[in-house]
Design a protein. Sequence first.
Length: 282
Amino acid sequence: MKAAGEASLQWFDAHCHFDFDVFEGRREGDWAQASTAGVGGVMIPGVSRALTEALMKRPSQGWNQHCLAGLHPYWCHEHQPSDLDFLEQALKQLKSAAVGEAGLDVHLVKSGRVSLDTQWYWLLPQIELAEHLRLPLVLHVRGMHDELCSFLRRRRFTHGGLVHAFSGSEQQGRRWHELGFALGVGGAMTHPRAQRLRCTLQALPVESLLLETDSPDMAPAFTADQVNVPAMIPLYGAILARLRNMDSLSEIAQILQQNLYRIFPSLAVNSSENTFLNSLKD
Ligand SMILES: [Zn+2]
């Protein structure tokens, strides 16, 4: 690995639930650690109306956060039809870079927690909102890659987005990439049993990848802290560079930044600003 230029590397955590309660009392310290490591910002997905409202009342205290609004399948038991109207307003007020986190999770079906019909009931209007507002989608997809990718392809969805915490096959990854989606890569690739995922990440086009922590979840194999933190991103960058036989961290950091701005064009426009703080001034 070359050291030249690495001091000025700029990383970004493309999926981080930095608003969750587990960060209370440690958020400032976790951000200071991330910032020192070269992480320039985090994208915080919306998962429910209540959590999005809480986030809108509590601006960043120094960290560069890009807040999204969405209705996550894990929170289906909380969602109300009126939340869809709220969602549209929240997306506009936040100047959200995407709609999400939304998606389909086969494990919720298998465990009897949420039926697939219920998950589609909340996902479909969010796809329509993304089309209406011309925004990308941030998707949570487990065991439903073929179905959802085919659905969006048939629908001619053209705004792309992020399939966060990607765990599908190389073929599924290529299909998402062809549809304009990036694949979120993080702690899962560090686990000893994730050989198939590491092979997939070696084979996919580097232009299809974005780094994310999914904090506080998906802690990497090499930490005892059960709370994952955005400071892990540069380590993930180094692991990804090694997997892809790239000998320069700055090269992969630059490619990942280009990917970020291609997938979320409004971040490129607002790259030197905090869109959430600015939205509060309006
Ligand atoms: Zn998430």
